[in-house]
Write a protein that binds this ligand. Structure first.
Ligand code: ZN
Ligand code: ZN
Length: 388
């Protein structure tokens, strides 16, 4: 398939237009240089260090501790606590997440939350800071490297401005990040094994950890808006991905999160891998956090049903093609499940309006029938062009 490009054409394609297309006057130099250094060191100096000096358990443990502390501070603190107010936290939890959150070098909690609230409000549109419609790379990292317009006012975080801890961290974010995020690993590494240990602390618990946590956050903005399923809504690009949840402390269930942003859970199903949700639940048992916000099961199921109904809205030609290509039996099954879905939807909606509790058995039955229909729709979408 691929035809070799002549040299001149290749050079033109690879270099000249690319470089000339970069809006140099709009580069955010401080952030760009920092990210370039971190990424370069993580991909060169870190492997070289491990190859040369090996990896002892102390350095591995130090990396692991800083990775977990920083990662959870972003997901549990910056994201679910400060951006979405999905639970209330006592000062030690706030303080810990603000201190280690700063070490991710993702800006102060105040800045981060302002961007993130804009993302939810304007998702997939121009005012979304990491708008996926501008491309995967833009949503992943490009939005940090360039400033397209003038600085937007931060008028959506006035509640956080009233929190003295948040404002203290906003003021001292960079010194905290440098001393706690790099200084402490260097000091501990030095105390463990001298200069080589200090270098190891800098490169592993410092550089490699910042690299890992940052790309984990970036993946939520890029990958979780492009790869995965949309069981709760197709209103925006956000997607659920169990694989991404593994790399993002449970934030991969992004379709659910965009639909129900105030829920302290992102992976709402019991089986979902969401260590941030488990940590918040554990902190509640320890009395350190309270008022965990949960969307009622009925509301979640209604969203799932609504989305399945939308997918099942077919025109006459599409109905005809089911019978013609897959047979009358399949068409009958489609209608049977579609009728069940409508009846279940109406029953749950009515119970909710009348504030009547729906039994567990009925809920499970509705859920099972909805997923059975959703599976049939996926099968039909694979076998026939059904996009409604
Ligand atoms: Zn998102
Ligand atoms: Zn969010």
């Amino acid at each position: 398939m691929s035809k070799k490009l002549p040299h001149r054409q290749l050079a033109t394609f690879m270099q000249i237009p690319l470089i000339s297309r970069i809006p140099w006057d709009r580069v955010n130099w401080t952030t760009s240089i920092f990210l370039a250094v971190i990424n370069t060191l993580a991909l060169t100096a870190v492997p070289l260090y491990i190859w040369h000096y090996g990896l002892d358990w102390f350095q591995a443990g130090l990396f692991f501790f800083f990775y977990m502390a920083t990662g959870f501070s972003i997901t549990l603190g910056y994201h679910r606590l400060f951006s979405h107010l999905s639970f209330k936290a006592k000062s030690p939890v706030k303080m810990a997440t603000l201190l280690f959150g700063a070490c991710a070098f993702e800006n102060s909690a105040l800045d981060w939350c302002s961007d993130h609230r804009k993302h939810h409000k304007h998702v997939d549109h121009d005012d979304d800071p990491y708008d996926i419609s501008k491309g995967f790379l833009w949503a992943h990292i490009g939005w940090l490297l360039f400033k397209l317009g003038p600085e937007e006012p931060m008028d959506n975080v006035n509640d956080l401005r009233r929190d003295p801890l948040v404002m203290w961290q906003h003021r001292w974010c960079i010194p905290i990040a440098i001393f706690l995020g790099f200084g402490l690993p260097v000091l501990l590494g030095f105390l463990w094994s001298g200069a080589v240990g200090a270098l190891g602390g800098f490169l592993l618990a410092g550089v490699l950890r910042v690299f890992a946590v940052q790309h984990s956050t970036f993946f939520i903005n890029s990958m979780c808006h492009s790869v995965g399923t949309r069981p709760y809504s197709t209103r925006c690009s956000a997607r659920d991905s169990a694989v991404m949840a593994l790399f993002t402390f449970g934030e991969g269930y992004h379709n659910y999160h965009h639909e129900f942003q105030h829920d302290y859970r992102n992976g709402v199903k019991r089986s979902n891998f969401d260590p941030t949700k488990w940590s918040i639940w554990t902190l509640e048992k320890l009395g350190l956090v309270s008022d965990l916000r949960r969307v009622p099961d009925e509301k979640i199921l209604l969203a799932e049903m609504q989305e399945t109904k939308r997918r099942a809205t077919l025109n006459t030609d599409q109905h005809a093609s089911i019978s013609a290509v897959l047979g009358q039996q399949m068409h009958d099954l489609f209608h049977q499940l579609s009728d069940r879905l409508s009846a279940n939807y109406a029953a749950i909606e009515k119970a909710m309006a009348e504030k009547v509790e729906v039994s567990r058995h009925v809920m499970e039955n509705c859920r099972r029938e909805t997923r059975e229909f959703a599976a049939l729709l996926s099968d039909l979408e694979r076998r026939l062009p059904l996009t409604a």
